[in-house]
Design a protein around this ligand. Sequence first.
Ligand code: SF4
Ligand code: SF4
Length: 410
Amino acid sequence: MPCEPTPRGFTQFVVKLHSRCNLACPDCYVYELRDSGWSAQPRVMPPAVMERTVQRIAEHVRRHRPPVARVMLHGGEPLLAGPRRIGRFAEALRAAFGGLDTALDVVVQTNGALLNRTYLDVFRTWGVRVGVSLEGTREAHDRRRRHHSGRGSHADVVRSLALLRDPEYRPLYGGLLCTVSLDADPVATYEALVAEEPPVLDLLMPHGTWQFPPPGLPAEPGALPYARWLAAAFDRWYDAPEREVPVRLFDSLVDLHLGGAATSEVWGALGSDVVVVQPDGSIEQNDILKAVHEGAAHTGYHIDAHGFDEAGTHPGFAAERAGITGLCAQCRACPVVDICGGGLRTHRYRRENGFDNPSCYCADLRALIEHVRDRVSGSLRALAKDCHKAVTGGAILPIMGRSADVEPLH
Ligand code: SF4
Ligand code: SF4
């Protein structure tokens, strides 16, 4: 294998401390889609692999010196690794980063059902933030996020979120993650999420490909189920008299329309900056490739023998970071490609030609991008009008449109 350094180092390290889950969500991309690799993994990451992973992360960061490195503890359900094991891992990371210029951000992404004060006390000691998955309302959450017995997990998760709102633990509250469910009302979903007072929230579209499309796709031309759902949530968020919460998916889209940089891997053409370490120490590409086909995330590299620079030479990482030139002809010619970036790489997959396609969400992405563009430019026109009035005492320039001349998508 060639061993050229990666053009840019990784800054996001997903570490899978545990390979199993206490919940059984019917559309989980780890267990229920196209990859069964989890079943060959040890249940828990052995101590020697944890130690080697810490060394590899520190050596990579020392070499590339990014301002911030994020280590995300995932599973399965990472809390199944237990508070002591997670604490030891975070402690070792903190020690390895001592003396480095890079800030270390450790986040555990949990389904929230097992969280309690024992975990939170450990997290507070070692500076581990907590991101929780919540599907919005109780009905929507319990429809999808169920224990193996079939019992919904909403009651457990809201108990955990009450702890995270407690001033004692509030600094650890990393945010909420919600997967769009077309069965759920978008405004009710957004409001249920806001009610949990997260510092930030993010909305994800379910993972799928052209071959195995996400729920509700393919849709009739013009149906645009995901664009309509997200536009309704966006409008509720955007039209609130005061900003209630940052929503990563929406903030990033607004920023891009205003000429800023993408802060969500869903938008823009930067691609994912994620590398994954499995419980057995194998190094993999972004986990969501598990929705593509068996072994799609594999690299053949292992932390015992390879550093992240060497793993980063795998063609899959290069394809992820290829930018607009790496997209299919239809995307390269698309008027919104700078903002859309062709969607997530996983969503472009088709058995016949691999990733050389637009996203299976193409029509929805484009409609949502245009909806947000129209809302943002409507606001800018209204702002310009107000400024003009303030300056001129009320005479309106003829070129200015009305602020409310946007055709709603829903
Ligand atoms: S909680 Fe997460 S990892 Fe567990 S089954 Fe559900 S989606 Fe999968
Ligand atoms: S809207 Fe469709 S064609 Fe345009 S960049 Fe996105 S996926 Fe590609």
